[in-house]
Write a protein that binds this ligand. Structure first.
Ligand SMILES: Nc1ncnc2c1ncn2[C@@H]1O[C@H](COP(=O)(O)OP(=O)(O)OP(=O)(O)O)[C@@H](O)[C@H]1O
Length: 539
């Protein structure tokens, strides 16, 4: 909340300056109007004419300021909303990989859509309204004070009462906004699940159940929105009642002062005119302050969800993988499930390792430790003699490539999908394509490397996706390639062919976690290891 305000401070100051100038000009219009009415009452034609000319000049000057004020609001909102979104996404990418994977990513989608829309409607819009209202209130306050301190005293009373009411009433709103945000999160997750399971739902005749569940979830959100609107209406009604009573009071006081001769007719008109200008900002403040306060819970929720539990400071950069990765008595547990216990092993540069074992044995966990998604709770993993825990992730990730069963492809050219938007020469790209066995695929495309891959590879086969992932690793000149069930969904002939290609990579260490084991390729690995019963054993 505070960070966002700091970032848009110059825009807020601009609004403050423009709103102040516009409001002062408006106040001057009231004063010259009062003077012109009093001049008419006194029969002073010369003074009347002068005041009317001044009135017209000020009214014309006010026009560009009013336009600029609404323009500044647009700029302020655009900047504040963009900033909130960009800041959010950059903080999401600061999450640790394992902590991000532990969450359902609908949480982030919901925050980026629903929560940010609420922040825009209640906080960002609210900040603008509050600045303008405060400025208008102060100017109307000074104008009335200039004519009648008594009426001004009444104005102070309204201000204090109104602020107290707004603050007290914003508490229940905060709670409901936070609850609605949670409902949105679960709703977004549900929609994602239902749309991904479209064919399963249709082919198992589950449409009615889905529609029923969908109704319940949508209804819960609408119900919460209804409660929020209801509370907001109560708040606004109370504020309006407060304003109406005070308005009547001030008009009564100024009329009485006119009857007793302590105020001119122009003065009464000025006060009546400015009481409204004093009231409107207060009504606005009464409406917007609870909305602004209610978003506090959303900012807190977003902050909490973006915090990393593990904030270990990595200090070392590496310039490549030179010798070996060693596990020294490494133990790892998920909460209370111990998966690996005091394992020791050495993986050497350029060598190829096949990791097998029963389901749930801990193969993926071993790979996650190697990929630095987790750090072990016991023992150490040494990379060329230094503790992997101390190596900066970005630095380590430069030298490793991951090939998984699910390969993510961007909706972009084959070239950009292979280079991952980094600069390489045509020779380097072509070499990687040849070594990954992608030559036939690329040559068969109408536009070669400039052909577009659509919708996460709808027009690319499973084997071609794996080869693209391998070409990425080769091009990045990775020293280590980790494969995680990379061949699981491939035709065995294609899988064997890709595996053979990888086994021939010189100088590259390969760690292949796989259920799919081919006898003819198995013998080409330097070591085949089984991960089971919390240990790792060479076959
Ligand atoms: N994020 C997690 N939180 C809690 N427990 C987990 C988590 N990930 C894995 N486990 C548990 O740790 C154990 C090892 O899981 P792991 O995924 O490493 O096994 P695996 O050998 O790769 O299994 P599979 O071959 O079925 O993929 C399993 O009992 C699993 O339930």
């Amino acid at each position: 909340m505070k960070k966002l305000l700091r970032k848009v401070l110059p825009h807020m100051l601009l609004i403050l300056v423009v709103a102040t100038l516009a409001s002062v000009l408006d106040g001057l219009i009231s004063i010259f109007m009062m003077n012109s009415i009093d001049a008419v009452m006194e029969g002073n034609r010369v003074a009347f004419k002068e005041d009317v000319v001044k009135l017209i000049i000020i009214a014309l000057t006010l026009l560009p300021f009013s336009l600029f004020l609404s323009y500044s609001k647009g700029i302020f909102k655009r900047r504040a909303v963009t900033n909130t979104k960009v800041d959010y996404i950059s903080r999401v990418f600061k999450k640790n990989i394992n902590e991000f994977q532990r969450d359902n990513n609908s949480k982030y989608v919901s925050a980026l859509t629903n929560d940010i829309i609420t922040i825009e409607a209640n906080f960002i819009e609210g900040v603008y309204e509050v600045i303008v209202s405060i400025v208008n209130f102060i100017v109307a306050f000074l104008v009335i004070g200039y004519i009648s301190p008594v009426a001004l005293g009444a104005g102070i009373g309204i201000g204090i009462l109104s602020t107290i009411i707004s603050t007290l009433l914003s508490k229940p709103l905060q709670k409901h906004h936070s609850k609605r945000s949670e409902l949105y999160e679960s709703y977004t997750s549900y929609i994602k699940e239902v749309l991904s399971a479209f064919h399963i739902i249709k082919s198992n005749n589950l449409t009615e159940k889905v529609q029923d569940d969908f109704y319940k979830k949508s209804h819960a959100i609408q119900e919460k929105g209804y409660v929020i609107d209801k509370i907001s209406t109560y708040i606004t009604s109370l504020q309006n009642l407060n304003m109406s009573l005070t308005f009547m009071g001030i008009v009564g006081i100024s009329t009485y002062m006119a009857i007793t001769g302590s105020l001119t007719l122009g003065g009464v008109i000025l006060i009546v005119n400015n009481v409204e200008k004093l009231m409107m900002p207060l009504i606005q403040l009464g409406e917007w302050m609870p909305k602004i306060f209610s978003t506090k819970s959303l900012f807190i929720k977003i902050d909490e969800s973006l915090k990393n539990q593990d904030n270990y400071e990595e200090t070392l950069e590496i310039d490549g993988f030179k010798d070996a990765i060693e596990f020294n008595n490494v133990s790892f547990s998920y909460e209370d499930t111990e998966v690996l216990k005091e394992i020791s092993l050495t993986l050497k540069k350029g060598e190829k390792y096949l990791i097998v074992g029963p389901s749930g044995g801990g193969k993926s966990t071993l790979l996650k430790l190697l990929r630095k998604y987790f750090a072990p709770q016991g023992g150490t993993i040494q990379l060329d003699g230094i503790n992997l825990k101390d190596v900066k992730k970005e630095s380590y990730f430069t030298f490793i490539a991951n090939v998984e069963q699910q390969v993510f492809l961007f909706e972009d050219t084959v070239r950009n999908n292979i280079t991952l938007y980094k600069d390489y020469t045509e020779t380097e790209i072509n070499l990687a394509i040849d070594r990954a066995g992608l030559r036939d695929y690329v040559d068969g495309l109408a536009n070669g490397l400039d052909s577009i891959i659509y919708d996460n590879g709808k027009n690319v086969s499973g084997g071609e996706k794996s080869r693209i992932a391998i070409a990425r690793g080769l091009l990045a000149k990775s020293d280590i390639i980790f494969l995680d069930e990379a061949f699981a969904s491939l035709d065995s002939a294609i899988a064997k062919e890709i595996e053979k290609t990888i086994l021939n990579f010189e100088g590259v260490m390969v760690v292949n976690v796989s259920h799919v084991v081919f006898e003819e390729t198995k013998k080409h690995y330097h070591d085949v290891m089984v991960v089971k019963n919390k240990g790792v054993y060479s076959l």
